[in-house]
Design a protein around this ligand. Structure first.
Ligand code: FAD
Length: 321
């Protein structure tokens, strides 16, 4: 028996939320005797990166290095995953909750006749049925789902589990599958990548600005702090609507949903639509001159003050570390 984990990667690196999914699978295996943790990576990714998946808890990585899988065509990925799932004799598939993860998981659930739960936040409880806790209503509540299928697919919410890093290197096995991606309905002809040193959806630290920044000419202060912290920059919706910042930086219910270790919100009021995109962050720091700004209720740390005074001091303090 084994637990299979679907690994997402970008620009040659395995994504952090996929490593969290591996750690979740390892905890599941240790606690509930679900067998060996095997990860599967599709498309081009460096061998050294795959070896490191072992540190998060996988003993083996199956690498399907077929260039047809590089375009991220969902049908091709779900087809490849179904084949690997059958080959390794898994009963459970774990993956990270993400747009690609959700799309692949839904197709796989149909192919494998599996029970699928997304946004999972804890290990299942198996005392009476297979009960899985998941986050709902953009993190405002939890629901428990009973899975009564033999095969199970669990998509783990970002930051819901601690990333394990003390495992040993994984063995990497390269396999060839019979994938006919050219027959699938979707064809990606070109991709337009968001620019920036650190990409927002993947960032571990985000510095985000709102209308309180007064204008695009002041964004240098946000960028300076982000640079010192190795962070991505984000913004509230009105900021991108007015054109102060590009749309791909807009965070919230209708924009990018982020789950960094640290989210610094500067001059953002904290409307529910903005919070819906940031409430999976591990630590939220709010800088706002209005002590009654709603964002303070969601903050782990708050600074009541003028952004134009606080930001340069904060950047200097980080530089001095
Ligand atoms: P404001 O509400 O104008 O707040 C500016 C803040 O800056 C204030 O709290 C003020 O005290 C503070 N400030 C002012 N000057 C300073 C200073 N010098 N120093 C420090 N602080 C200062 N919004 C999103 O962000 N993301 C979404 O995805 C999103 N989706 C939406 C979907 C729908 C259907 C709707 C109706 C709205 C949506 N919104 C979204 C908009 C949302 O409701 C808020 O209007 C928006 O988030 C407010 O942006 P803001 O905080 O930058 O601006």
């Amino acid at each position: 028996m084994s637990v299979l984990v679907y690994i997402e990667h970008a620009d040659g690196s395995v994504k952090k939320n996929s490593l969290e999914a591996v750690s979740y699978a390892k905890a599941l295996s240790d606690k509930q005797g679900e067998g060996e943790v095997i990860a599967v990576a599709l498309g081009s990714v460096a061998q050294e990166e795959l070896v490191k998946v072992g540190h998060a808890g996988a003993s083996k990585v199956v690498h399907v290095n077929d260039e047809k899988l590089n375009a991220g065509i969902i049908q091709a990925h779900s087809e490849a995953l179904a084949q690997v799932y059958g080959k390794v004799g898994a009963k459970t598939l774990i993956l990270a909750k993400s747009s690609l993860g959700d799309a692949v998981a839904a197709r796989l659930a149909v192919k494998l006749n599996a029970g699928l739960v997304s946004n999972v936040v804890e290990l299942p409880v198996t005392a009476s049925g297979y009960k899985v806790k998941r986050s709902i209503y953009t993190g405002k509540a939890f629901a428990e789902t009973i899975v009564n299928k033999e095969h199970k697919i669990l998509a783990v919410k970002k930051n819901a589990v601690d990333l394990k890093t003390d495992g040993s290197d994984a063995a990497v096995e390269t396999v060839t599958l019979d994938i006919h991606a050219e027959n699938f309905a979707t064809k990606i002809t070109s991709t337009d990548k968001a620019k920036g040193d650190v990409l927002l959806p993947e960032a571990d630290i985000v510095v985000s600005g709102g209308r309180g920044m007064k204008g695009p000419e002041n964004w240098g202060m946000i960028e300076d702090l982000a640079k010192e912290l190795g962070a991505a920059t984000g913004c509230s919706k009105p900021v991108s609507d007015i054109g102060w910042r590009p749309h791909h930086e807009h965070v919230g219910q209708t924009g990018v949903k982020v789950a960094p270790s640290l989210y610094i919100a500067v001059g953002i009021s904290g409307a529910i639509q903005h919070l819906a995109g940031v409430n999976s962050s591990k630590c939220i720091v709010v800088i706002n001159k209005d002590a009654d700004a709603p964002f303070f209720k969601a903050a782990d740390y708050g600074i009541v003050g003028d952004a134009f005074e606080v930001l340069p001091k904060l950047t200097e303090a980080v530089k001095a570390l």
